[in-house]
Design a protein around this ligand. Structure first.
Ligand SMILES: CC(C)(COP(=O)(O)OP(=O)(O)OC[C@H]1O[C@@H](n2cnc3c(N)ncnc32)[C@H](O)[C@@H]1OP(=O)(O)O)[C@@H](O)C(=O)NCCC(=O)NCCS
Length: 469
């Protein structure tokens, strides 16, 4: 007789659960891209670092020792706060087909450890509903404090941008630690984020109550199930959500609080299921009680339907023994503000979040849709000479844009807007207004063209990037 305990299949490991996410259907309209692991290092940066006595090389993530040195350098760069996060996990990096780059100082006592790091991989960026562009994602930019302000970060970042542009990526992106580092390379803050604090006892709920009205139910779930549900809901809905990235499995592991060795063990999760039994939303949260005033912190709330959104916010705001609810990386225009009776119970702070850098003006402008017909000539300057030039954007009545790079004279009647690639990157999604940047002296454009551009580039839905990387 077989012992049922010994014949039972072993419980799946977290790595297995993560790998299983790969089997989920890909987001609709996902473009293809060359994996970063196949892209050669930039020779210009390699030469400039070599002339300073430094070596610029890729780190093989399968080499445990080299990977460990790389991770330690990243952790030191971020003052030990980063732990083994996101790309910091070897399996995640290998799944992403990304590349790690280190700068090494052969004269240093520990020359096997990099003095600078950068990680990159490809993902999709949603420019407009149904319009996804391949994006060169950048993370883990660090330079050891012993080697700062010698131009190492500049060499690495410029090297990544040249590599990506040379491989056909039309845009690069990163979420930043400081807002003053990346503008000089042509990045612009394209999608901002809000942090909400809601005093829930004061708020008063006036929104829909789908659970009480019998249209669905709320249930607690394990963090592994939350990870899978978040990944599935995201894959299913992301193409329609401008500002988001299509992402990778490690994002959902982190969002569900499953990262090893983190305080995130306190994460709890609840799902919303509709009347047909389909999971339509998940909220991952934790509860902290610092001084007798318990705070429910929402780490991630993802809803595929209006009912799921209302039910999950209602659950969070009416949780017992809680005095306030916080949520990060929310969009500027959220229905929850209109679901509470006292809007003054909600305070929000805004900050820059996603910075993008256009690498191919013609490709990204042709990749999104527009809200008004018309045409404009952009004269774009680029500090790295990757995509500067004159581009005629013509939008037809259906909102489709076509772009012509001009080498000869522009049409006599073309209205010209002059701007840097950093400003165009900031304006691409419609998160910033053209009239505002003109008033700030950041672009040169007349009132008629900014009025049209503000309508044409307006986002089809509130912009949000719900993750950091
Ligand atoms: C930010 C960091 C990567 C810069 O590295 P670095 O090698 O010293 O930078 P460089 O010498 O190449 O400087 C390039 C330019 O950036 C500027 N710069 C560097 N660090 C900056 C900072 N923290 N804020 C604003 N500007 C900065 C330099 O003044 C220089 O300007 P210029 O070339 O226009 O004159 C490094 O200080 C670091 O590792 N910081 C901690 C980790 C971190 O915050 N990483 C960024 C993650 S988004």
């Amino acid at each position: 007789m077989t012992n049922p305990a010994s014949s039972a299949a072993p419980a799946p490991t977290l790595e297995d659960a993560l790998a299983a996410l790969d089997a989920l259907p890909a987001p609709q309209g996902l473009p293809s891209w060359t994996p970063a692991s196949e892209v050669p290092l930039d020779q210009v940066s390699s030469e400039s670092l070599r002339s300073c006595g430094l070596e610029y090389r890729t780190v093989d993530a399968r080499d445990e020792v080299a990977f460990e040195h790389y991770l330690q350098a990243v952790n030191r760069g971020f003052l030990e706060e980063r732990a083994e996060h996101l790309v910091g996990s070897r399996s995640t990096l290998l799944q992403l087909d990304g590349r790690l780059v280190g700068v090494y100082d052969p004269d240093a006592p520990r020359s096997e450890a990099p003095v600078a790091t950068i990680a990159t991989w490809g993902t999709g960026l949603v420019l407009d509903p149904g319009c996804i562009a391949p994006m060169w994602a950048i993370s883990e930019v660090t330079v050891s404090s012993t080697h700062r302000r010698r131009g190492i970060a500049r060499a690495m970042i410029e090297g990544e941008l040249r590599s990506a542009a040379g491989t056909g990526y039309p845009i690069a992106g990163l979420t930043v630690s400081e807002a003053t580092i990346y503008g000089r390379y042509g990045f612009g803050p394209s999608v901002g984020a809000r942090r909400f604090t809601i005093e829930n006892r004061r708020a008063g709920w006036v929104g829909p109550r789908p659970v009480e009205e019998g249209r669905g139910r709320i249930d607690p779930i394990e963090r592994e199930d939350a990870m899978r549900a978040l990944a599935a809901l995201h894959a299913e809905s992301v193409a329609e959500r401008p500002g988001e990235i299509t992402g990778w499995p490690g994002l959902w592991r982190d969002a569900a609080g499953l990262h090893p060795g983190s305080e995130e063990k306190s994460h709890r999760a609840v799902r919303y299921t509709d009347a047909d039994g389909r999971v339509r939303g998940v909220v991952v949260f934790s509860i902290k009680d610092p001084e007798g005033t318990a705070v429910l912190r929402i780490h991630h709330l993802l809803a595929a339907t209006a009912d799921a959104y209302a039910a999950l916010w209602h659950f969070s705001l009416t949780h017992d023994l809680i005095s306030s609810v916080t949520a990060t990386l929310r969009s500027a225009d959220e229905p929850v503000r209109w679901m509470i009776e006292d809007q003054r119970a909600l305070t929000s702070t805004e900050h820059d979040h996603h910075w993008v850098r256009i690498l191919d003006v013609a490709a990204v402008l042709a990749a999104r849709r527009y809200r008004a017909a018309g045409s404009v000539l952009f004269e774009v300057t680029d500090p790295l000479d990757l995509t500067g030039g004159r581009y005629l954007l013509t939008v037809d009545e259906a909102g489709t844009g076509s772009v012509q790079q001009l080498t000869a004279d522009a049409p006599a009647d073309a209205t010209t807007v002059r701007l840097g690639v950093s400003e165009l990157s900031a304006l691409l999604h419609g998160g910033a207004r053209w009239g505002t940047l003109a008033a700030a002296g950041r672009i040169s454009a007349d009132g008629d063209s900014t009025a049209w551009l503000d309508v044409a580039f307006a986002p089809a839905a509130p912009l949000q990037l719900s993750v950091g990387y």
